[in-house]
Design a protein around this ligand. Sequence first.
Ligand code: IPM
Ligand code: MG
Length: 370
Amino acid sequence: MKKKIAVLPGDGIGKEVTRGAIEVLEAVAERYDHLFQFQYGEIGGSAIDKTGSPLPDETTEICRSSDAVLLGAVGGPAWDDQPSNLRPERGLLKIRKDLNLYANLRPISYYASLSEASPLRKEIIEEVDFVIVRELTGGLYFGKPSERTTYKGKEAVIDTLFYQKEEISRIIELAFQLARSRRKKVTSVDKANVLESSRLWRETAEEISAKYPDVELEHMLVDNAAMQLIRNPKQFDVVVTENMFGDILSDEASVLTGSLGMLPSASLSINGPNLYEPIHGSAPDIAGTNAANPIAMILSAASMLRLSFGLTEEAEAIERAVKDVLDSGFRTSDISKTGARTLTTTEMVAEIKAAILDQAAISDIMGAYA
Ligand code: IPM
Ligand code: MG
């Protein structure tokens, strides 16, 4: 298989973890005889420094001419005082919008070997397995006006929460379809006791649910959902929610698995290439120290193989390698515990690559005897 992959490393640890994921993809390509062509683009703070824009047009073009996009992370203190149109985050929001990445899938699953890395008790997080489906191109992140203003002569500010019904229905529809392939339960999270947008959200969820009689629908207020995620996360299968609620709840959910450094995400497009990125940010505090956990990025690359290219076996090989390496006691510092072998980013990548090639060697031997 021959595929073009746009690679946008971004800032901070984004660069380090992306390099790791590419190495893993190269190992997979070699082992399974694929050709992956990587086309690099600038985004975020480093794009601002080089081109004056957090998302130069050229980057969007590179993405549009690719079969899928891998993105590291954006942001850092160097650009914190920039005006809002010159912040690194603006590049991320713009690429999401330009590529019509309306659905962000954030799976939260439990790794037995990491149970001690979570601040929560093992019996709470054991067997947790759900997906947050976050709406990604609407809501407060994109509503206009969004500006500083004055009101009755005094300083004021406005952000706008705007949704078209169609934007709500397509994301909820996707959540129901996903639930059908899982445990058949959708939890729709809103703030319908206060917000008009949430009342339309809830109404729409009810309408769509009528088409999926085999899937259970439950509504949950976002404040309660924040509590339930910690109190009893096993109750969730597919959680669907608007952009900002999804942003907040997914960071909260990450502690269930021990670290933000473990969580991949997939952003699905209506009409173009999908984009795959870890949930974590650019982590300026550890950037450049070779200490970042590359697993979220590597698992994002695995999702790309599965969802964009249909390469299930290859995706599973990566996921199994990650699990094996963790089971063998290897850790990066974010998930480390006493007695574990704490690896640098590059060492962790090397272990995961070695595990993929080991599996390959074993399967060759098995094949020879089959
Ligand atoms: C995320 C991040 C981004 C978001 C930031 C960096 C703009 O927190 O992907 O969750 O809020 O969407
Ligand atoms: Mg976030």
